[in-house]
Every structure is written in structure tokens, then in C-alpha cells.
Design a protein around this ligand. Structure first.
Ligand SMILES: [Zn+2]
Length: 251
């Protein structure tokens, strides 16, 4: 066991540094063990693969709306210079997702519940918030911590560069673990403020979730997620509404 000691102390040092990371707006402490560049490279790789394997929509009008709403929200985010991408997939399920570095996917089926651009902005705000708050990195980091030794060895030997072993393990957590409930409600909070700042009526977020609930789709948003029930979500959004209305500038 003795030979593991240096690794353990290197790992502890990383974990302590990581405790200094905080999410935007909520100020929640986050465990971030992986370099953002590495996580973003994994996100880009997965996104490119999805764009090749999943059918894209030919609906120009819907695509224009996705581009416009997405870009307006990205522009007021703390990372307007990221290479943001918004892709409309031809898929009937009312779903959307975000990958690290600002790679967002929206299904055509989302328009069954997002009845106007304000409601669309509620979803886009939520997805932009996941990317900005580095929820993918956090999930990978939690997975690495849970794995302990093997991944820690990968990190420790590679400095802040993950070794191959570490990267493979980490990417499994990025793409197989759902967003946690904490991340989901944080994305709701941050997203609500972002949509309002970008000029979309934050009260539409409540309408969107009512539509989701009516469509029986409230738990499905995002391919991998454990979303709170629409009822809880709406109650929380209503609590946050005064904060959002205070920054709302109608476009
Ligand atoms: Zn989410």
C-alpha cells in the first residue's frame, strides 16, 4: 500500500484546489478536477459524432429560430466568445441537450411544447446554463472521485493533463451519468436569468413546463437526466421570478 501514498497526496491537492470553483449566479461550490480544454475537446468529439449519426432537420424556419434564440442567449452569457453551435435534429421527442464548450442540440419535437420564441428561450437558457456552469466537467470529476485510485493515478501522472486511462474513465462519466437534480435546478435558475437578460419573457418558462407536463414529457428533457417533476420545477421558477423580472429587458 505504501507506493500509493504519493498518488493519494497529489489527488488530495487537486481536490483542495477544486473546492475553490464556484458556479455562476448561484455561487455553489463545485468539484472540478479536469481541465476545461480536455472536457470541451470530448464534448466537441461527441457532438461531431452526433451530427454525423443523427438525422438533421431540413426545416429552415425552425432552424433560424433555434440559431437566433441560442445566439442571443450565448451573447449575454459570461462566455460569448466560445464557439457556440446550435443544431436542430429531426427527432419527434421534445428534447434538447448541451455538451461542454457550448455545443447544443435541439429536437424538432421540442416545438410541440415550445409554442413561441420565449418558450424556446426557456429551454435554450437552461441548456446554455448547463454548459456555462461546467456541469459536464463536474459530473466527470465526481465520477473520477468515486473511482478513486485508478483515475487519480491517471491525473497525478499527467499533471493537469489526463492520461489515456483517466480520459477514458472520465468520458464515461460525461456521457453515461445524468445531470444531477442539483445541476438541473441550477440550470433552471441560471437559464431563467439568462433568457430574461437576452430579452425573452421569463414567465414563459412556467408556460413551457406546463406544456411539457400536459404532453407528459416533463421528465424527458435531455437524453440523460433526472429532472425534477414539472410541478416542483414550476414552483421553484415562480419563486425566482422576481429576480428574473428585475433583469428582464423586453427585446
Ligand atoms: Zn437540464
Amino acid at each position: 500500500m505504501k507506493r500509493f501514498k504519493p498518488i493519494a497526496s497529489a489527488f488530495t491537492a487537486l481536490a483542495i484546489l477544486a473546492a475553490c470553483d464556484t458556479a455562476p449566479i448561484t455561487g455553489r461550490s463545485q468539484l472540478i478536477l479536469v481541465g476545461d480544454q480536455q472536457v470541451q475537446a470530448l464534448g466537441l468529439q461527441a457532438y461531431n459524432q452526433m451530427k454525423q449519426e443523427m438525422p438533421r432537420s431540413n426545416d429552415r424556419a425552425l432552424d433560424r429560430r433555434v440559431q437566433e434564440v441560442g445566439k442571443r442567449i450565448a451573447a449575454i452569457s459570461p462566455q460569448p466568445d466560445w464557439d457556440w453551435e446550435f443544431t436542430l435534429f429531426d427527432n419527434d421527442s421534445p428534447n434538447a441537450f448541451a455538451l461542454p464548450g457550448g455545443k447544443v442540440g435541439v429536437n424538432t419535437g421540442l416545438f410541440k411544447v415550445a409554442k413561441n420564441d420565449d418558450q424556446l428561450a426557456a429551454v435554450m437558457g437552461h441548456e446554455v446554463a448547463h454548459a456555462i456552469a461546467r456541469h459536464g466537467n463536474e459530473r466527470m470529476s465526481q465520477g473520477i472521485l468515486a473511482q478513486g485510485g485508478v483515475a487519480a493515478a491517471g491525473i497525478a501522472t499527467g499533471g493537469d493533463q489526463l492520461t489515456t486511462i483517466g480520459a477514458v474513465l472520465a468520458s464515461q462519466y460525461l456521457f453515461t451519468l445524468p445531470n444531477s437534480r442539483v445541476q438541473e435546478s441550477e440550470a433552471d435558475h441560471i437559464g431563467l436569468l439568462y433568457m430574461a437578460e437576452a430579452g425573452y419573457d421569463p414567465r414563459s418558462a412556467v408556460d413551457l413546463w406546463r406544456n411539457m407536463e400536459a404532453a407528459g414529457a416533463g421528465r424527458q428533457l435531455e437524453f440523460l437526466s433526472t429532472h425534477p417533476s414539472p410541478g416542483n420545477r414550476i414552483a421553484r421558477l415562480q419563486e425566482l421570478m422576481p429576480e428574473a423580472l428585475a433583469v428582464y429587458q423586453p427585446r
